[in-house]
Design a protein around this ligand. Structure first.
Ligand code: HEM
Length: 522
């Protein structure tokens, strides 16, 4: 399959924003590249995995398209579950099957525990000093440990149960009061205002305005983290990023988020200062939120071995903020969309939730854990719509032998969790939503079953699985218990639009607008 002109243009974002001069420049460049387009296979015989034809200079960048998880999955049906791509100058291996990932992680977890340097993460995450993008090493180990210990451990997650309860009750109240005028609800817009992580991690109450503002910035943050900067991959085309103004826009988003996080930190500093002045502030960690704890550790590396500066703290807060709001909300939205698309599944889940709650008298997180059909529906959604479909890229720190190929150190690894979830070799009727496939099955998403890896795998697996699943399960059970959900009359009989919009987390493109009828026990 020869690379096409239109395919090339797909990889270059925001072309519509370009002037005619840029188009002409690009056209000339493209023609030059086409003149030099070579052979059907660009893989030199170095024992590397199969590779599609490529352009000189751009390599396979143009193959990513606007939804890379889908483009790469299509390519994998031709070139196999392990493919070699050259993204500009960046050697990249893409894995698209459970068995390929299992072989990779079982034997090479440590060699694959680092992240590649990313110019986007450097701009947005204070030089990649957060947990998710920092390279493997002592700093990563310590900051991950701090987050797990003080925010994400099972004990801490349980202790935030009352916050989830409060926030979800508020959401239900908002939907009810909206329903007094109109039973049609923009559920997506309601969900983005669920500020559970804000309250849990930052001990902070935000207005609807505050959470909406933060959410809009986080939406851009996600979109940028999912982008491929041309100049990062092909340094001599760095002018292209400059000409589109993308870096300038990224910096603006970073500044917006910075001032939001500064306000959180400043409030903590003020409370601490006032407390100390009044002799009421105790230094013990128990009961303090993550920001307090990091401020206490700031500049003091005796206990932890790392010294946290203000920017490090902000980077870590941003990680938690993004994962705890945007990614969690994405999962709830996809599950509701699938249940609406599959009314029989909706009925089974809702019958289960209501029967459990009606018997117990009140919904609790312990009860949610026991709701087998609801939990099966959540797993099925993670399979079909992993919120972070390409996980977060890895980079090999030493040479690896994998499936008969030799992959040198310094190679980027993309693991396509979306392709794995849609793989007919692992899943029967893979494109259908069938929650019951998980009933009585031990398959879960905690990194032991390589066919279902929405939270990743190995030592860089998501640190917030407990927080995420407690929030998602409780929010969904409450929504399904309190309301009957359907499409609004004008949309009935039409297929629900499930288009996606790209980012590091992949959202539903269109808001989920539903009719919510309050449920009452007769
Ligand atoms: C549905 C919700 C979520 C999904 C699908 C998700 C998914 C992921 C994925 C795919 C990774 C990369 C794993 C890898 O490289 O193998 C990751 C990393 C991470 N996640 Fe989550 N996540 C979710 C929620 C959360 C929450 C609520 C938090 C914390 C508040 C969190 C904190 C983290 C952190 C700190 C990392 C970086 C781990 C590391 O690099 O060591 N996540 N997550």
């Amino acid at each position: 399959m020869a690379p096409t002109l239109s395919a090339l243009f797909q990889c270059l974002p925001n072309l519509s924003a370009l002037s005619i001069t840029h188009y002409i420049l690009l056209l000339i460049l493209t023609i030059l590249l086409l003149i030099y387009t070579q052979t059907r296979s660009s893989t030199p015989n170095l024992g590397l995995p199969p590779s599609p034809p490529s352009f000189p200079l751009l390599g396979h960048l143009h193959r990513l398209g606007s939804l890379p998880h889908r483009s790469l999955q299509k390519l994998s049906t031709i070139y196999g579950p392990i493919m070699y791509l050259r993204l500009g100058t960046v050697p990249t291996v893409v894995l698209s099957s459970a068995s390929a990932v299992e072989k990779l992680i079982r034997f090479n977890d440590a060699a694959l525990a680092s992240r590649p340097r990313s110019a986007v993460a450097d701009i947005l995450l204070y030089g990649s000093t957060d947990v998710a993008f920092s390279p493997y090493g002592e700093y990563w180990c310590q900051v991950r440990r701090i987050c797990v210990l003080h925010l994400l451990s099972t004990k801490r997650v349980q202790s935030f149960g009352f916050i989830r309860d409060q926030e979800v009750s508020l959401l239900i109240e908002k939907i009810r009061s909206n329903g007094r005028c109109d039973s049609v609800v923009n559920l997506s817009q309601m969900l983005i205002k669920l500020p559970m992580i804000l309250s849990a991690a930052f001990g902070h109450k935000f207005s609807d305005d505050g959470t909406s503002k933060a959410h809009n910035l986080l939406k851009d943050f996600s979109a940028y983290l999912g982008k491929t900067l041309v100049g990062e991959h092909v340094p001599c085309l760095g002018w292209y990023d400059w000409s589109t103004g993308i870096k300038k826009r990224m910096r603006k988003t970073a500044e917006g988020l910075d001032s939001f996080i500064e306000s959180i930190i400043e409030e903590h500093v003020k409370v601490k200062r006032e407390g100390l002045e009044e002799g009421k502030y105790e230094d013990e960690m128990e009961g303090r939120d993550l920001v307090d704890i990091m401020l206490n550790i700031q500049g003091n590396c005796v206990d932890t071995g790392v010294s946290l500066g203000r920017n490090n703290i902000k980077a870590i807060i941003l990680d938690m903020l993004f994962a705890g709001t945007d990614v969690v909300y994405t999962a709830i939205e996809w599950t509701m969309a699938e249940l609406i698309k599959n009314p029989q599944e909706m009925k089974r889940v809702q019958d289960e939730v209501r029967s459990v709650v009606n018997t117990a008298g009140k919904l609790t997180e312990e009860l949610v854990e026991k709701m087998t059909y609801l939990n099966a529906a959540i797993k099925e959604t993670f399979r079909l719509h992993p919120p972070v479909p390409l996980l977060v890229p890895r980079e090999s720190t030493k040479g690896i032998e994998l499936m008969g190929y030799h992959i040198p150190a310094g190679t980027r690894f993309i693991i396509n969790a979306w392709a794995i979830g849609h793989d007919e070799n692992t899943w029967e009727r893979a494109d259908e939503f069938m929650a019951e496939r998980f009933l009585g099955s031990s398959v879960d998403y905690k990194g032991q079953h390589f066919g279902l890896i929405p939270f990743g795998i190995g030592r860089r697996i998501c640190a917030g699985i407990g927080f995420a699943t407690a929030t998602i399960g409780f929010a969904l059970a409450t929504l399904l218990h309190h309301f009957d959900w359907d499409l609004p009359n004008v949309m009935k009989g039409k297929p629900l639009d499930m288009s996606e919009i790209n980012g590091i987390s992949v959202h539903k493109k269109l808001d989920l607008i539903l009719e919510a009828q309050p449920y009452s026990i007769i």
